[in-house]
Design a protein around this ligand. Structure first.
Ligand code: MG
Length: 269
């Protein structure tokens, strides 16, 4: 099931997207979104007799993280190498504030404090229930679903600050979407799902989730051994090689096989 958050011109609602995706992850013309009563994270999936053409609504970030977005750094060997870093011995964690989240089509604002704004296309895991100290073999029980994230980073500030908070934390630095896919599981990603980023139509990242150094169950176990996870919290699983700069006026698209694609323009702040 694909769970989206959308507006048809009025208050945001949740809905289930029905229709096939093409090979590029784009829904077909006839795709519809069936509205839900309330937030399915808290009240389950309750379909309403209310349906819109997907083309007629505006999709919003499919989840509002209740407390946090946990980022994982250097979780693909080729990406660690391209920035001159070793592969970490255990998952490298950082936080992005939930105020950094924006939705499909929303602008990524280029802050005046940086001169090196970069994209990082990533698979994001959405947590479905309150949990801590989750054993890897029970990780699937706490997963609500999967979506696509762009872990936007001010690379110069990341280097100069040591702490990642400012470099990863500006408003609009966590585009999410287009929806949450609930029917996949960690094995699907361990087997390999293609992760691609296009900048103005050119392929700039082309990786596979089979290359994750620490897999999804390991990440959930590791993060939840440190902090309690709440429904709607996110774990961004790291980015493949090919990170690079974006400029005002660019358009960045992250796509993951089976999940769809997430496109955002870059705008001056
Ligand atoms: Mg990242």
């Amino acid at each position: 099931m694909r769970i989206a958050r959308f507006t048809a011109g009025e208050d945001p609602q949740y809905g289930v997207v029905a229709g096939d995706l093409d090979q590029y992850g784009q829904p077909d013309e006839d795709a519809v979104v069936v509205a839900l009563a309330g937030d399915p994270l808290y009240v389950g999936v309750k379909l309403l007799e209310q349906e819109h053409r997907l083309a007629d609504v505006r999709l919003l970030a499919p989840v509002l993280p209740r407390s946090k977005v946990v980022g994982i750094g250097r979780n693909y060997a080729a990406h660690a190498a391209e920035l001159g870093n070793d592969v970490p011995a255990e998952p490298l964690m950082f936080l992005k504030p939930n105020t950094s989240v924006v939705g499909p089509g929303d602008p990524i604002f280029y802050p005046p404090q940086t001169s090196n704004l970069q994209y990082e296309g990533e698979l994001a895991v959405v947590i479905g229930r309150i949990c801590r100290d989750v054993p890897p073999e029970q990780a699937t029980d706490v997963i609500h679903g999967y979506t696509i994230a762009n872990d936007v980073t001010a690379r110069d500030l990341q280097k100069s600050d040591v702490q990642f908070t400012r470099a990863k934390g500006f408003d609009s630095f966590c585009p999410l979407g287009p929806w949450i896919e609930t029917d996949l599981d960690p094995d699907d990603f361990a087997k390999g799902r293609r992760v691609q980023t296009h900048l103005n139509g050119d392929v700039v990242q082309d990786g596979t989730t089979a290359d994750l150094i620490f897999d999804i169950p390991t990440l959930i176990a590791h993060v939840s051994s440190v902090m309690t996870l709440l429904p709607g919290d996110l774990i961004l699983t790291g980015t493949p090689a090919g990170v690079g700069p974006m400029e005002v006026g660019d358009e960045v698209e992250v796509s993951i096989e089976g999940l769809g694609s997430l496109t955002n323009p870059v705008a001056a702040r």
